[in-house]
Design a protein around this ligand. Structure first.
Ligand SMILES: [Fe+2]
Length: 362
């Protein structure tokens, strides 16, 4: 008969403990004379306590920003900051993300939520190596493993953005026969738990200019709407789909590591830490409003997409220099790459995409 929890002998396990040692630890804990007995009592617990089923209700997403000191002393003590615009975007110098302690990383999450986008200059982040990079990003949530995009060999946590004279996946994805290549989206919003504090570090950028990332504040996009319209949107849900992305990958004979999913999310979500309400629809992944007739859904989404795209007074361009790391909160922003540099110029960057909470309806 399986033992009760109360009958299990507690075993302290640190990260260096191998499974063999765990088994040994268990045996030692049962038999102080260190003689491994083949006649262990059945109610002494499993032979492999390391694998005893573990249930922890605290494993749900707790946002790093919720633990942060609002004054952000660990993040900003040595930093200089400059707001790029009133509603969105701050450039930060004088602090290394790699040197932040746990409190500093918590404060980074809060600051990203408040300012929507943080542009860190002069970072050593790209030189830290993949293990440390992943470790830092994991502070904010489990890393999303992209179902279709290029990653780094041995490191599925990375999403690689790469373009040169031979490769231009971005243009192919959006279609080349278009006036504008702008593709507003929030990353992988088809996930049940879409991303939160997201890291994007530049390896190579066009030498003079080009390849910026456009960002828009979905909080200000919401705030601009009239109260009656805001009320109409709250309570609505929209479906976000990974199907187009998977189809694109299949056509190229690229991998589809898991079948495409479609997920219903609130049209207006509330940030778990700041409490700000934000539009949560984007033309990249949002397909229809649940419960609406097609024309109603198409027209409402078209209006919202146009409103976001035209909001030049709540948008920024994040620019890249060598050693720039851009951090944004995917819950309260949309963004688009700009495909405005010569075709033979290389642009190379990497994203780490921690997943946040199930979106909270406003
Ligand atoms: Fe993106």
């Amino acid at each position: 008969m399986a033992p009760s929890v109360a009958e299990i002998v507690p075993v302290t396990i640190d990260s260096d403990t191998s499974v063999d040692n765990v088994t040994l630890l268990k045996k030692h804990s049962l038999d102080k004379s260190s003689v491994v007995s083949a006649e262990l009592k059945k109610d002494d617990g499993p032979l492999f306590p390391f694998y005893y089923p573990h249930f922890d209700n605290t494993e749900k997403h707790v946002d790093a920003g919720s633990r942060a000191d609002p004054a952000k002393p660990h993040l900003l003590a040595t930093a200089t900051t400059e707001n790029l615009t009133p509603y969105i975007g701050t450039e930060i110098k004088g602090v290394q993300i790699s040197q932040l302690n746990q409190e500093g990383l918590d404060e980074l999450a809060l600051y990203a939520a408040e300012r929507k986008v943080l542009v860190f200059r002069d970072q050593d982040f790209k030189d830290l190596g993949p293990d440390r990079q992943v470790e830092i990003a994991k502070h904010f949530g489990p890393i999303q493993l992209h179902p279709t995009s290029g990653n780094v060999k041995g490191y599925p946590e990375f999403h690689v953005v790469y373009r040169d004279g031979q490769h231009n996946r971005f243009e192919e994805y959006g279609g080349s026969n278009r006036l504008s290549k702008t593709q507003w989206h929030s990353d992988v919003t088809y996930e049940k738990q879409p991303p939160c504090t997201t890291f994007f570090f530049s390896l190579e950028q066009p030498p003079n200019s080009g390849g910026d990332t456009l960002f828009a504040s979905q909080v200000e996009a919401y705030n601009r709407l009239s109260p009656g319209f805001q009320q109409r949107l709250e309570g609505l849900r929209a479906v976000h789909s990974a199907v187009h992305q998977a189809d694109f990958s299949r056509k190229r004979n690229d991998p589809v590591r898991r079948g495409p999913i479609e997920t219903s999310h609130p049209v207006v979500r509330k940030h778990p830490v700041t409490g700000e309400k934000a539009l949560f629809v984007n033309p990249g992944f949002t397909r229809y409003i649940e419960g609406y007739k097609q024309e109603e859904s198409d027209n409402l989404l078209r209006f919202l997409f146009d409103h976001i795209a035209r909001g030049a007074d709540f948008q920024i361009r994040a620019t890249y220099k060598p050693n720039t790391v851009v951090v944004w909160d995917n819950r309260v922003t949309v963004h688009s790459a700009t495909n405005d540099f010569p075709s033979k110029v290389r642009r190379h960057a990497v994203r780490l995409t921690p997943q946040g909470e199930i979106p909270i309806p406003a």
